[in-house]
Ligand binder design. Structure first.
Ligand SMILES: *Cc1c(COP(=O)(O)O)cnc(C)c1O
Length: 385
């Protein structure tokens, strides 16, 4: 089927919720993608920070195919070892409490909201301006962006957005607050780190009032910033966190992970999901975990992130972010991203009119970083002439 035929069918049969680039990808390997005409691309988006250990990593392919051939799904009415093992290692490597598995990031947020609400009945959830927590009604209600929320009113009540300012956060939280929900690095709104003093102030006021501090690590977690969890850089430990995106390296899995204090808030019958935590997706996440949480892998992510940041800065670009979760400012970001894709065969993403986001697989090589930067230089240069 030609690209034109695909586009015609998409127009007729898929809801028009996505603005797709005019490329059909058919194969991937590591940081590389191939389109239907056999052209090779460098992938510096990784399916929006999902393909954490590269396309078709042999260990992930093996884990998924082995598990597929054995058992894909039985429901949460029974025990399976991959799910329990993954929960144990997530807990032991983070907050020490318990895990609820989901199929997506938004669902992980829903779990965190339900947990916080049950723990403090009727309590408000405080979020930061510019946050993105997902598209389901609860997660959308926690996403204070007019364009995304406005068509879908009425939203879930009990959410309040405040500026990313220590005093504003402090003033918004009291004994009736259920949770403060924060992305340590805001992803969809342009890769903006929330200042440490805001996180510290949120931690302090949550300790004072008994509200839960929840970090949304859906994008910045799972090694993306060069630490397993972005909060490890900040010195602020949350009471719970949400994961998804890179957790499964390409299979749909999310999780809400708690510390010990909120581990037993949700009890039998309180929450559930038919698909979530299947042996298939948890076997995949275990394979990703084996790669990411091993030896010098994360130190390497930091080093490669520095390399990428310095090279981009060398092009005169204003770069922000951490590890391999980076962005730079560009006058017409969507046009630059389009030139990079179609002229340079480099996959990037614009989070808005003036921000280009880079989130390559964590397994990206130094040579691929150098090559991507050269391509960005040409794509940016072509726009300024
Ligand atoms: C992507 C994202 C979500 C939503 O995840 P979905 O899997 O698309 O539902 C929530 N929070 C953050 C920080 C994200 O980056």
């Amino acid at each position: 089927m030609s690209l034109a035929e695909l586009q015609a069918l998409e127009r007729d049969y898929l809801m028009g919720t996505y603005a797709r680039a005019p490329v059909e990808f058919v194969r991937g390997q590591g940081t590389r993608l191939w389109d239907a005409d056999g052209n090779e691309y460098l992938d510096f988006l990784a399916g929006v920070a999902v393909v954490q250990i590269g396309h078709c990593h042999p260990a992930l392919v093996e884990a998924v195919t082995d598990q597929c051939a054995r058992l894909m799904h039985v429901s949460n009415l029974f025990y399976t070892e991959p799910a329990v093992r993954l929960a144990q290692r997530l807990s032991e490597r983070s907050l020490g409490g318990k895990v609820f598995f989901t199929n997506s990031g938004a669902e992980a947020i829903e779990c965190a909201i339900k947990l916080a609400r049950k723990r403090r009945r009727g309590g408000e959830v405080v979020v930061l301006d510019g946050a993105f927590h997902g598209r389901t009604m609860g997660a959308l209600s926690a996403t204070p962006q007019e364009a995304k929320q406005e068509p879908f009113a009425p939203l879930v009540p009990g959410f309040r957005a405040v500026p990313a300012d220590p005093l504003a956060v402090e003033a918004a939280v009291d004994e009736r607050t259920a949770a403060v929900l924060i992305e340590p690095i805001q992803g969809e709104s342009g890769v903006r780190a929330v200042p440490d003093e805001v996180l510290r102030s949120a931690r302090a006021v949550c300790d004072e009032t008994g509200a839960m501090l929840v970090f949304d690590e859906i994008q910045c977690g799972m090694g993306r910033t060069g630490a397993l969890w972005a909060w490890e850089h900040t010195g602020v430990r949350p009471d719970a966190m949400t994961l998804a995106k890179g957790l499964g390296g390409g299979v749909p899995i999310g999780a809400c992970v708690t510390g010990p204090d909120s581990a037993d808030v949700l009890a039998s019958g309180d929450h559930g999901s038919t698909f979530a935590g299947s042996p298939l997706v948890t076997a995949a996440a275990n394979a990703v975990f084996d790669v990411v949480d091993d030896g010098d892998f994360l130190a390497d992510v930091s080093r490669k992130g520095d390399r990428l940041r310095i090279a981009l800065t060398g092009l005169g670009l204003a770069v922000r972010g951490a590890g391999l979760m980076l962005a730079f400012t560009a006058r017409d970001a969507p046009a630059l991203v389009r030139r990079a894709l179609l002229d340079e065969r480099l996959v990037l993403n614009a989070t808005g009119p003036d921000t280009v986001r880079l989130e390559p697989p964590l397994t990206v090589s130094e040579d691929e970083i150098a090559e991507a930067v050269a391509r960005i230089g040409r794509a940016a240069g072509a726009g300024s002439t």
